[in-house]
Design a protein around this ligand. Structure first.
Ligand SMILES: Nc1ncnc2c1ncn2[C@@H]1O[C@H](COP(=O)(O)OP(=O)(O)OP(=O)(O)O)[C@@H](O)[C@H]1O
Length: 606
């Protein structure tokens, strides 16, 4: 029997379109054909289990081979096979309609969306035509008494179908590689593609006499059957270049209301610059799909490594659809919850070990708290704050810790912090001398984290140690009297204004404690934050603050002996300048010419 026919058409000649537009991703043809072969093999295994197939299963390997001379690639399986009728139904109709649907979706999209569709669309059998100008199927069904079938199609909509002698059950797909696809005749190229997409397929895939896959990767097993070593070994298999051990991992395993398995690893991160995204690999039934897991994994968890496997993630739709997809949203929520639960149990079980890891996980936790309210609610109990003495506190512990000393006159807690303990040393020391505690918040995310905590914690504000003189950082009821008359205070102000001669420095005289510095330079917390945010590109409303030059408050301590000296001496101006420069020095602001002048003047004074 031989039959020729025409594949029913909905869209005009889809093959040129498939060829042209899928250019960047031609290699996925092999993933598609090998997974079809694997599916067919698994279906046969299921039938055998159900008792519907009673024959010998025998060896079930899928064999991929290449013949450079003949210019063919063959994918051979011993799965359930197809009769001629089934080829007509499954290949001519179903596979074709998949391809047609793809092209239709594809045509409507802009270039950016097109790129995304390509990577995620399971194009199926017809992706063979991306690299072949002629495709043959030789198949024989597992059903007893059926004849072998031979289908040939040259990439037009015409096909031929005839009966053929085929000894063995299963399907051989033979691709006659097109002239512009020579690269796929190279064994090394094929091996590369197989390793990328098929490394964890559940049926053995043989290429050049070696099996290229692990059929039962550890994420498909029960956590109770696995040791720490198994998890670490797998981590290094996934990331052969990583020298560090993962900090810990989470084994995901859920079958309702969606299906998801996987392992997420917390990598060791030394600093934020090292963070690598796209380290999570997404699989669908053990077939590698992509390492762009955006939208499937919450943004803040993109920093994790590992594997997620879910048949419920729709792969054949555009990204905007993926974002809106209910299953994807549920997966997102589930992963977030799992991560929070894991961190919480680590914290509760072994606080010391958790504190040791805080340097590495702090960033994830803070990022998560900033980007996800639900995560904040869980993480607030295990997020830690570190003070300048390297002691770690939970949020509640810290509030209790500073309760006694750091309440202002309105009964609000003022949390003091430094973002550079070295540069702000003088301020940190002054605050500590007063019995205040100072937090070390020097990481990239910390300015945002401070903002978040102020919103969330009741009656609490944060001030950087150099935001005011130590006496004014936490405003109390009691005030110190000035030993200077009002007249002297005005005189002192003028002396300093003239000596400094810089309009960005706002001089005021105030009665600080005689133990405080003679002159203190501070930068208002609010203005500084606004400018910081503007610098880091935060929001349009902040724009106006960026236009202002940096301005500082210069507080002259009326109660310090230096104030008297400046007022009484002949070269009060020079002393004022000297005292001001010392304050600049403490703030790390004295540089260049001003520094040279200061050194010269100091020598003279000596
Ligand atoms: N090697 C094979 N053995 C048996 N049947 C096959 C084989 N390859 C394809 N088929 C049949 O042809 C159908 C169409 O295949 P195609 O790859 O186009 O789509 P699919 O596998 O259903 O979906 P996907 O788009 O996810 O690949 C399959 O559903 C299957 O019934």
């Amino acid at each position: 029997m031989q039959e020729t026919g025409s594949i029913s058409i909905h869209t005009e000649n889809i093959f040129p379109i498939i060829k042209k537009f899928l250019y960047s991703d031609h290699e996925i043809f092999l993933r598609e054909l090998v997974s079809n072969a694997v599916d067919a093999t698994q279906k046969l295994k299921s039938l055998a289990q159900l008792g519907e197939f009673k024959g010998e299963l025998g060896e079930l390997k899928v064999k991929v081979s290449v013949d450079k001379e003949a210019r063919t690639i063959t994918i051979a399986d011993r799965g359930l096979g197809m009769t001629a009728e089934e080829i007509k139904k499954y290949i001519n109709q179903i596979a074709f309609s998949g391809a047609t649907e793809f092209v239709e979706q594809y045509k409507e999209k802009d270039a950016a969306t097109k790129d995304q569709i390509i990577g995620q669309f399971g194009l199926g059998f017809y992706s063979a035509f991306m690299v072949a100008d002629n495709v043959e199927i030789f198949s024989k069904s597992y059903k007893e008494g059926t004849e072998g079938a031979h289908w040939v199609c040259d990439g037009s909509t015409e096909f031929t179908l005839e009966t053929t002698e085929k000894e063995d059950r299963g399907t051989n797909v033979v691709l006659h590689v097109a002239a512009d696809s020579d690269e796929f005749l190279e064994a090394s190229r094929l091996r590369g593609i197989l390793t990328k997409y098929c490394k964890f397929l559940p049926i053995e895939i043989e290429f050049e006499d070696t099996v290229i896959n692990q059929t039962a990767p550890i994420w498909t097993k029960q956590p109770s059957d696995l040791t720490d070593e198994d998890y670490k070994k797998f981590y290094h298999e996934l990331y052969p270049l990583s020298l560090d051990e993962p900090l810990f991992w989470i084994h995901l395993n859920v079958d309702y209301p969606f299906n998801l398995t996987g392992i997420l690893y917390f990598p060791k991160v030394k600093d934020e610059l090292q963070l690598q995204r796209n380290k999570i690999q997404l699989y669908s039934r053990q077939v590698f799909i992509t390492d762009e897991v955006k939208d499937v994994v919450p943004e803040f968890l993109m920093l994790l490594h590992g594997v997620i496997d879910s048949p419920d993630i729709p792969l054949n739709v555009s990204r905007s659809f993926l974002q809106a997809d209910a299953a994807v949203r549920k997966i997102n929520t589930y992963i977030t919850k799992k991560v929070a639960d894991k961190l919480s149990s680590l914290f509760k079980q072994d606080r010391a070990a958790y504190e040791e890891k805080w340097g590495d996980i702090g960033l994830f936790v803070k990022y998560g708290m900033l980007s996800d309210d639900k995560f904040y609610d869980k993480a607030k109990d295990f997020a830690l704050l570190k003070n300048v003495d390297d002691k770690l506190f939970t949020l509640t512990e810290y509030t209790e810790h500073v309760q006694a000393n750091q309440k202002d006159k309105n009964d609000s807690t003022v949390v003091l912090y430094t973002n550079d303990a070295e540069a702000q040393h003088a301020y940190v020391a002054a605050a500590q001398e007063r019995g205040y505690d100072v937090l070390n918040l020097d990481q990239v995310l910390d300015p945002h984290f401070v903002g978040l905590l102020e919103q969330k914690l009741e009656k609490t504000s944060f001030k950087r140690v150099d935001a005011a003189t130590v006496g004014q950082l936490i405003e109390k009821e009691e005030t110190t009297e000035s030993v200077l008359s009002e007249d002297d205070q005005n005189k002192l102000t003028t002396l300093f204004v003239d000596a400094i001669a810089n309009p960005a420095m706002h001089v005021k005289v105030a009665p600080l404690s005689p133990q405080d510095a003679p002159v203190v330079i501070t930068q208002n917390e609010f203005m500084r934050r606004m400018k910081d945010m503007q610098r880091t590109g935060g929001g349009g409303g902040m724009q106006m603050f960026g236009a202002f030059p940096d301005s500082f408050d210069v507080t002259v301590n009326a109660n310090h002996p230096v104030a008297q000296k400046v007022l009484s001496g002949d070269d009060g101006g020079k002393l004022a300048k000297q005292a001001f420069d010392l304050a600049l020095l403490a703030q790390g602001l004295l540089k260049g010419e001003a520094l040279t002048a200061f050194v010269k003047r100091s020598t003279e004074l000596l």
